[in-house]
Design a binder for this molecule. Structure first.
Ligand code: SF4
Ligand code: SF4
Length: 444
């Protein structure tokens, strides 16, 4: 199908099967809508003008760049595991109001992962990685820096085992920044391929939801630690990862605020929380959020035109040039099949979002085998098994939504969470618009 949309007065046609993006005029967009069976408006337009446009469309169709045939690319059913998320610490030094992890302990017991469990997890990953040479390990929490000694032991062990087995480990650590002093920053810069830093943006926004154990705002200590870390980081990968809630639907200002602080790699995600929470984002908020994405995209373009310092907003990054494999992402993150999370006591779950749901326990790192039924639920359900995604223009970039959100909010793995769908589509239009602007600049 072909998606029509406009951004700042420019009309676009996006053909998701071929990945082709065309700039067109308003009339052509209406003709395409008619062909799509959508509501259109061709009142007062001469028949011969419509015919001429239809002929141009037919020509592009012949070239395979408009109304292209959908070719289903069913993902291979690999049994190789590529990554583990180690819950190195089920405890936290913050008490964020929206915490997905029960403020550190996943609504269970507070516990720190021992080196014994971490070692078994590394062994499990190597033993189940087949021919894969690159293996990924994420240190996650709660707050993993509260158990830094085990992080260090695990890194040393994984590197040594990797060498012995012909594998290379890439490490990532996600931290709220409270304990990110200079010495720790040096260590992370040496060992971590990527570091994810949690901060929500403006002081009043951040402190409104992210309090310390004593109920005080955590912004001051975090911004100092994170900005120092990013300066020390140089050009190595990192990104700041924040959350926005009902209380800051003007979250574009938080993105810009972080960018102006020199934190230029940014991801800001909508909160997914209980409907009774004052932070809850509902379907009714989606139009305002969509407009906020558009405002942010406009500001990005303005900064670019003015030669000001830019930022990279994760959701505005899109690759239409990377070929069909890159373009058509059918099974998203790989949770539950190639990627798993491990609790401090060694239980395996599809990802951290399931760690408080005992029915999703898939095994332990000590037993070394996984529940086949749960694994096939995650492996065999993908974009193509999600009816609601069939005609969605964003499908090859969204992959049918986050499995955890689908299950928790949609009711099952194949039912997308409508609130995030609306946001995904709005972000995608912004990303396409920015992509087109970038390309036309390159070709100037
Ligand atoms: S820092 Fe993360 S784990 Fe800790 S309370 Fe906040 S959201 Fe939860
Ligand atoms: S989950 Fe929603 S946005 Fe994503 S492909 Fe499906 S319908 Fe589209």
């Amino acid at each position: 199908m072909v998606h029509t949309f406009s951004a700042d007065g420019t009309f676009y046609l996006f053909d998701n099967a071929s990945g082709a993006l065309h700039i067109c005029d308003a009339l052509t967009a209406e003709v395409v809508k008619k062909r799509n069976g959508e509501t259109y408006d061709l009142r007062g337009v001469k028949e011969e003008d419509v015919k001429e446009i239809e002929e141009e469309i037919a020509e592009l169709e012949k070239q395979g760049v408009l109304f292209a045939e959908e070719e289903k690319e069913i993902p291979a059913k690999s049994e190789e595991i590529k990554a583990l998320c180690l819950h190195i610490c089920h405890d936290c030094n913050l008490r964020c109001e929206y915490c997905f992890a029960g403020q550190g302990n996943y609504k269970g017991r507070s516990e720190y992962m021992s080196f014994e469990v971490a070692k078994a997890a590394v062994d499990f990953l190597i033993a189940n990685s087949g021919k894969r040479k690159i293996l990924e390990t994420d240190f996650f929490g709660g707050e993993p820096l509260m158990n830094l000694s085990v992080v260090k032991q695990t890194v040393d062990y994984a590197k040594a085992q990797g060498k012995a087995h012909g594998k290379k480990f890439l490490f990532t650590l996600t931290t709220n920044g409270v304990l990110l002093d200079e010495e720790t920053a040096r260590y992370l810069n040496e060992e971590m391929e990527n570091v994810v830093l949690s901060i929500d943006g403006r002081k009043e926004v951040h402190d409104g939801v992210r309090k310390t154990v004593n109920g005080k705002g955590s912004y001051d200590v975090i911004i100092e630690n994170i900005t120092r870390f990013v300066k020390m980081r140089g050009d190595r990968h990192y990104y700041v990862r924040g959350t926005f809630t009902k209380k800051n639907l003007d979250f574009g200002n938080d993105v810009l605020y972080l960018a102006d602080k020199g934190l230029t790699e940014i991801s800001l995600e909508p909160v997914v929380t209980d409907e009774n929470s004052p932070l809850y984002i509902s379907e009714e908020d989606v139009p305002a959020i969509a407009e906020e994405y558009r405002r942010l995209a406009r500001e990005y373009k303005r900064r670019k035109a003015a030669g000001e310092k830019l930022f990279r907003f994760f959701h505005f990054q899109i690759d239409l040039d990377g070929g069909p494999c890159l373009r058509k992402c059918v099974s998203a993150c790989g949770a539950g099949n190639e990627y798993f999370s491990v609790t401090p006591w060694g239980d395996i779950f599809p990802c951290h979002q399931f760690a408080d749901l005992p029915e999703y326990k898939m095994g332990t790192v000590f037993e070394g085998k996984l529940d086949g039924k749960i694994r096939s639920l995650f492996r065999d359900n993908n974009l193509y098994t999600r009816k609601a995604c069939e005609n969605c223009f964003a499908k090859y970039h969204c992959s049918g939504g986050c499995p955890a959100n689908n299950i928790r909010k949609g009711g099952d793995i194949n039912t997308p969470y409508k609130v995030t769908c609306g946001m995904m589509k709005a972000r995608m239009e912004c990303a396409l618009d920015l992509y087109a602007a970038e390309k036309s600049e390159e070709n100037r």
